[in-house]
Design a protein around this ligand. Structure first.
Ligand code: NAP
Length: 346
């Protein structure tokens, strides 16, 4: 890896921020100076990175002086206000929020799919939505070989996708219910929305706010981001996003229609076996298929249950699982940072 960099992690105390630090450590990403940032609330918190203790500071515009790469995961409004300040000071921002994803001057990158888009960056690079990342990583090798016309996805998403507080609520509610105590929901489905519902022992078909067209923002993120990342504005995409009482690991049932109708299940399996960042886990005879409990802490996207549609020769069904905090967030961001180094863009 190249020269040691000054890296800032914004949201270092959060669910994604913590995984960001772990991933930088696991990848032995060469860091000369590390700046850890949060809101005022957590400023002063001590965090250990590679055996050294760091003190988290409140994020302010001046925090980015001398920073080469700033990894943001502190919510959209923080990115809106501080990412341009970081860029002004010479940093490249890799942003995990939805703030800049659909901005036409901002590349939206999953390295296995569109690493080349990094050349067009203007200071900010957006990390896609967690459920979008794992889906496009699994679909890209199939698209390359057989073309892609249509995608219909239903998600089974973990609570950690809504942050640390949501994950804690799943545990406290489950405990309360098992003890026959009241379990007041306060976060799910959307913090600050009109109504909250129990997530323990439940399934909530709402992730993020409803839009005027009846889809949720999470569903629209999957639809719009998939088209942008795959450079396919005309691709037909539909999504239904559901939150389940799982701590970490998003699963997706994905139906696709290809341009060609000559692909077999074996062809698709072979493509995925060779695809970067993808692990094929598909053997019905051995009851082998991906599950969220098995993917926690792993960087790959896991694919199984591959079946040809019974009515359409160009239709296939897949089951796609990944750790939403890793490939869905921290790992994809660190991977972008590694790509920037590889391409001499930082
Ligand atoms: N969780 C996922 O799977 C996932 C995946 C992709 C993208 N994302 C996105 O990443 C972002 C963070 O998600 P998360 O799950 O890590 O949330 P989280 O666990 O709630 O953590 C939020 C982090 O942001 C910090 N923060 C909050 N307000 C701030 C402010 N005004 N200035 C500076 N820092 C501030 C918090 O610091 P304090 O400790 O001081 O509160 C904390 O470190 C969100 O935009 C989310 O949509 C999440």
């Amino acid at each position: 890896m190249g020269r040691g960099l000054h890296v800032a992690v914004v949201g270092a105390t959060g669910a994604v921020g913590q995984q960001m630090l772990k991933t930088l450590e696991d990848r032995n990403f060469e860091i000369e100076t590390l700046t850890l940032l949060s809101s005022k609330r957590s400023a002063g918190t001590k965090v250990t990175f590679k055996g050294e203790e760091y003190t988290v500071q409140e994020a302010v515009p001046e925090s980015f002086e001398g920073v080469h790469i700033a990894l943001f995961s502190a919510g959209g409004s923080v990115s809106q206000s501080l990412a341009p300040e970081a860029v002004k000071r010479g940093a490249i921002v890799i942003d995990n929020t939805s703030a800049f994803r659909m901005d036409e001057n901002t590349p939206l990158v999953v390295p296995e799919v569109n690493e080349g888009d990094l050349h067009k960056h203007n200071g900010i690079i957006a990390n896609p939505n967690c459920s979008t990342i794992q889906m496009v990583a699994a679909l890209e090798p199939i698209r390359k070989a057989y073309g892609l016309q249509k995608v219909i996805v239903s998600t089974y998403q973990a609570v950690s996708g809504a942050g640390n507080e949501a994950a804690k609520e799943l545990y406290s509610q489950t405990k309360a219910i098992l003890n026959n105590e009241p379990a007041e929901p306060s976060i799910m489905p959307v913090k600050g929305d009109k109504k909250h519902y129990q997530i323990a022992f439940n399934a909530i078909p709402q992730i993020d706010k409803f839009q005027d067209n009846g889809y949720t923002f999470e569903e629209m993120k999957m639809i719009n981001e998939t088209k942008k990342i795959m450079h396919m504005p005309k691709l037909e995409v539909a999504a239904t996003c559901v939150r389940l009482p799982i701590e970490t690991g998003h699963s997706e049932s994905v139906y696709i229609e290809l341009d060609r109708d000559d692909a077999t299940v074996e062809d698709i399996k072979q493509l995925l076996k060779e695809a970067p960042g993808v692990t094929l886990q598909d053997d019905p005879a051995e009851q082998l298929y991906p599950m969220p409990a098995d993917c926690v802490g792993k960087r790959d996207v896991f694919v199984g249950r591959i079946r040809k549609d019974l009515d359409r020769a160009n239709g296939f069904h897949l089951w796609v699982v990944s750790d939403n905090l890793l490939k869905g967030a921290a790992w994809n961001s660190v991977q972008i940072a590694e790509s920037l180094q590889k391409l001499n863009l930082v």
